[in-house]
Design a protein around this ligand. Structure first.
Ligand code: PRP
Ligand code: URA
Length: 208
């Protein structure tokens, strides 16, 4: 499995403000969206395309366009929703499906409480959005769900990953690529990423 961790100062700059506990929710959301657009640029390098003929005002030439079926973007609610706009900005013709998942904070197991995906994902490239890859339970569950629906390739876009989460996702789904802004030290006793940024859902949506 490929892990892409782009080395870019703008990514590091925006991430530092996301981590800062003084950053308020509106600023957090804006930064998460901006960061997402930068990650999406890397994640979509090999998006499926096909050639088509065009005419410039000067001469005919060949361009490329996104192939059908179009890619599917799947934010994992709640926190992944805060990343959606930044991704859609780059891929406006992509379709969007939703998975609602919550981690049981005692067992750290992911529970699916909503599934609004197209029934048939045959041949689709799927981009799963979830800012935090902690134990990897939520991401592995999401990857299994979209693969069972027929997805042809799955890529996870995250803001911060723990090495434990990367390893767990790799064990369960070696074919799923990860694009992530930072790989942190590890998990604390409560399954939070250290140093991380805290509870991403609460920080994006201003809840406690
Ligand atoms: C957070 C985060 C991920 C998950 C990561 O969601 O957004 O989905 O935890 O943890 P894992 O890798 O150990 O599964 P949470 O369950 O807090 O739900 P929320 O997005 O609604 O806040
Ligand atoms: N979920 C979060 O929102 N933050 C973490 O650090 C781990 C899981």
């Amino acid at each position: 499995m490929r892990v892409i961790n782009p080395d870019h100062r703008l990514i590091a700059h925006k991430l530092a403000y996301l981590r800062d506990k003084r950053t308020d929710s509106p600023t957090f959301r804006r930064l998460a969206e901006e960061l997402m657009t930068l990650l999406a640029y890397e994640a979509t390098r090999d998006v499926r395309v096909e050639p088509f003929e065009i005419e410039t005002p000067v001469a005919p030439t060949t361009g490329i366009k996104l192939s059908n079926p179009k890619p599917l973007i799947v934010p994992i609610l709640r926190a992944g929703l805060g990343m959606l706009e930044g991704m859609v900005r780059l891929l406006p013709s992509a379709e969007v499906g939703f998975l609602g998942m919550q981690r049981d904070e005692e067992t750290l197991q992911a529970i699916t409480y909503a599934n609004r995906l197209p029934d048939d994902l045959s041949g689709r490239q799927v981009y799963v959005l979830d800012p935090m890859l902690a134990t990897g339970g939520s991401a592995a569950h999401a990857a299994r769900t979209v693969k069972e629906a027929g997805a042809r390739s799955v890529r996870l876009l995250s803001i911060i990953a723990a090495p434990e989460g990367i390893a767990a996702l790799h064990d369960a789904h070696p074919d799923v690529g990860i694009v992530v802004a930072a790989i942190d030290e590890g998990l604390d006793a409560n399954g939070y990423i250290v140093p991380g940024l805290g509870d991403a859902g609460d920080r994006i949506w201003g809840t406690r």
